[in-house]
Design a protein. Structure first.
Length: 480
């Protein structure tokens, strides 16, 4: 009986939940006259709940023949509606609990759509977007772009997520205009636009400079496929999250950077795995793994100057083939991470504040500054030894940063006194007995970056290995 009664009157709706931007609602209903007559129902009431069915209030009253309720929603939000039949004494004639017949989401606020457009490198522009709404209709998300003032608008493909990014390619120096729009399920729409200037596409092999105008992670990151993935040319360390992972680095001449010798007791001032070089231009080697059928659309390099507290987009590799040529303006400590993007725009997230770099490189273009202090030849059994004293105060020295040599002329040729020795501040030279003339002393110093400099003694240092001897040759008698 109850099931038959519930079918007496119902709200006429196409869906159980409706989204609308209007507050004035017209809600039709239908009923079965014979059953209403049997129960002596004289009035139809519209019940409303604004707390998802926890409590109900009478929203409107109607006669069965009216077939329509009118209701004005005071605020945005979700409204649940049900119908109730009452008799002439205003007593409900429906058995059981209230049955929800319609849910209406009232929303007159348009979604938000934030887009950012910037040139990553000559010929390549990055479009980032973030759309937000409680009832966003992603099927309406559209972007289009135009090259120059008179160019035709073209659709941007692949925009199907609330947060995302894609690349646009331009082959000329011009202004690129981008427009986007999206609606919510209540048909509220927002339209936005942005533009950026572009440079002509670069020739493969040329270098770019980092863009420090804003950090990379300025929008909530999009979690997408990790295809393709960049694989460094090195073995991973036991704790990759705690220390940087070195990658192959070579100078711009493509010759390898020499690693300075070290001893077990020497401690570097830099984190483990740091590469120290003496040039602001160098090549970063990388490998591409797990490349899908769409190929590689871009290889992006990201840079940090504060060990990952902030990240910036350095640029894109024009030919998408290792190595990545890097050119910086000044010395300093830099961290790098590299990302690859598939042909359809899939990529792992750029680094965000707090992410450690994959590779740390210290650029030091200033050579060390040694100073020769004094020279002291030994006496007695040590007469053939010359103590050379120097001062060398630097932070980034290898275990053996000093080399000593001598020459009879300030222009050389120079002969070795020692190999590379520790920075002890003094060296005891056992002089060859064949050295019988004053000599000039040279001290060479090198740092971890490979910078080498030398200082020569201002004057020749006299070395005398001959012990004078004396003998009596005559006797003379004094005259009294």
């Amino acid at each position: 009986a109850a099931a038959a009664f519930l079918s007496m009157v119902s709200l006429v709706v196409a869906e159980s939940k409706v989204y609308t931007g209007r507050h004035a609602l017209r809600i039709p209903f239908e009923y079965q006259p014979e059953l209403l007559k049997q129960l002596r129902a004289t009035e139809v009431r519209l019940l409303v709940s604004t707390d998802r069915g926890k409590s109900w209030n009478t929203a409107a009253k109607a006669q069965p023949n009216d077939r329509l309720f009118r209701y004005n929603a005071a605020d945005n939000g979700e409204y649940w509606f049900a119908v109730q039949l009452v008799d002439s004494q205003s007593r409900p004639v429906q058995p059981g609990a209230v049955q929800v017949g319609l849910k209406v989401h009232v929303d007159d606020t348009a979604p938000t759509l934030d887009i950012k457009v910037r040139e990553l490198g000559p010929g390549r522009v990055e479009l980032k977007w973030q759309a937000d709404d409680e009832a966003l209709d992603l099927s309406t998300l559209q972007f289009k772009y135009r090259v120059g003032e008179t160019g035709a608008w073209e659709a941007v493909d692949g925009a199907s997520t609330a947060v995302g990014q894609t690349d646009l390619f331009v082959n000329e120096a011009t202004t690129l205009y981008v427009a986007g729009r999206v609606s919510d399920l209540a048909k509220n729409e927002v339209t936005v636009s942005a533009n950026t200037t572009t440079k002509a596409a670069s020739v493969p092999g040329t270098t770019t400079e980092p863009d420090f105008s804003e950090p990379v992670a300025d929008l909530r990151p999009l979690r997408v496929s990790e295809l393709p993935r960049v694989n460094p040319h090195v073995a991973s360390s036991p704790s990759q999250s705690a220390r940087p992972i070195p990658q192959p680095v070579s100078q711009s001449s493509n010759s390898p950077i020499q690693v300075n010798p070290s001893t077990s007791h020497h401690t570097s001032p830099y984190p483990t795995g740091t590469k120290v070089i003496h040039t602001t231009s160098f090549n970063l080697g990388y490998a591409l793994d797990q490349v899908g059928p769409s190929g590689v659309g871009a290889v992006d390099l990201y840079i940090t100057e504060d060990n990952g507290r902030s990240w910036f987009h350095y640029g894109s590799d024009p030919d998408k083939s290792s190595p990545f040529t890097v050119s910086l303006r000044k010395s300093g400590q830099y961290g790098f991470s590299i990302r690859a993007r598939s042909g359809i725009g899939l990529s792992i997230d750029p680094p965000v504040p707090g992410d450690l770099p994959d590779t740390v490189i210290v650029i030091d273009t200033v050579p060390p500054r040694p100073k020769l202090n004094s020279f002291q030849q030994g006496l007695g059994p040590a007469h053939n030894q010359l103590q050379i004293n120097w001062t060398l105060i630097e932070n980034d020295l290898p275990a053996q940063p000093v080399l000593l040599s001598y020459a009879y002329s300030p222009t050389g040729p120079w002969e070795p006194i020692s190999g590379w020795v520790e920075n002890s501040g003094r060296y005891l030279w056992t002089v060859d007995t064949r050295i019988t003339s004053p000599v000039f002393i040279r001290i060479e110093a090198r740092d971890l970056a490979g910078n080498v400099t030398h200082v020569d003694s201002e004057q020749a240092i006299p070395i005398d290995l001959i012990k004078p001897t004396a003998r009596i040759v005559d006797i003379e008698m004094s005259v009294q």
